[in-house]
Design a protein around this ligand. Structure first.
Ligand code: ADP
Ligand code: ADP
Ligand code: ZN
Length: 214
């Protein structure tokens, strides 16, 4: 199964990706996580990406596309993958078509998770993320069993540098301007399913599972 999780910051893409990975045994590929790992390790890519990410702007397409081309060629993505946070522009979506064509495969489904802006801001302001595996938590609505520690891997939870109210408003605006056109792009391709992301995490997972069954 080859799928894209589309949605604004805070829609619940990472949360659902963790669950689908478990259910289907396919990797979740988050371009944001890959950039954050590169920043932590001080790579050239990380240094280039950091300024854009801190402001909530998109990293240039050229940097993102090469990274995804490489990642999708790994052995673990052979039988399927979940893309979380890519593509984010029409140019990235077009590049993805080329990458998949070269790999002799294509997408099965694009799930767009819809959540109103004010709820996005609430979620992002309270988000905590595992430093080791990237799993997301929330200070009010999704607490880990042990304070500050990831349920899945025992890693340390932290607040992302870009998860503040000012940056998130820019990220939402950038989403509406640059990424929302992908809803039409994938509707025309006959791949899009929209899902209400305001219901509980389990219910959203249920709706996605139903969409995948079809
Ligand atoms: P969110 O959880 O808000 O959806 P991500 O972790 O997916 O955030 O992305 C964090 C930041 O990384 C983005 O604001 C952007 O700067 C950069 N980024 C991640 N993926 C992409 C992409 N496909 N294209 C451009 N920039 C990206
Ligand atoms: P994204 O990857 O789309 O940026 P996340 O999966 O990291 O979003 O979720 C953002 C925040 O919202 C996290 O703190 C998460 O615990 C919370 N969250 C995710 N899905 C839901 C939901 N259905 N209802 C309430 N809170 C949610
Ligand atoms: Zn973890």
């Amino acid at each position: 199964m080859r799928m894209i999780l589309l949605g604004p910051p805070g829609a619940g893409k990472g949360t659902q990706a963790v669950r689908i990975t478990k259910d289907f045994g396919i990797p979740a590929i988050s371009t944001g996580d890959i950039f954050r790992t590169n920043i932590k390790e001080g790579t050239e890519l990380g240094v280039k990406a950091k300024g854009y990410m801190d402001k909530g702007d998109l990293v240039p397409d050229s940097l993102v596309i090469d990274l995804v081309r490489d990642r999708l060629s790994w052995d673990d993505a052979k039988d399927g993958f979940i893309l979380d946070g890519f593509p984010r522009t029409v140019a990235q979506a077009e590049a993805l078509q080329g990458i998949l064509k070269d790999l002799g495969t294509k997408l099965d489904i694009v799930v767009s998770i819809v959540v109103p802006d004010e709820e996005l801001v609430r979620r992002i302001a309270g988000r905590r993320v595992c430093r080791a595996c990237g799993a997301p938590y929330h200070v009010d609505s999704l607490k880990p069993k042990v304070d500050g520690v990831c349920d899945i891997c025992g890693g340390e939870l932290y607040q992302r540098a870009d998860d503040n109210e000012e940056t998130v408003r820019n990220r939402i605006a950038v989403y509406e301007e640059s990424t929302l056109p992908l809803v039409e792009f994938y509707t025309e391709a006959g791949l899009l399913t929209e899902i209400d992301g305001t219901i509980g995490i389990d219910k959203v997972e249920g709706l996605i599972a139903k969409a995948l069954d079809k």
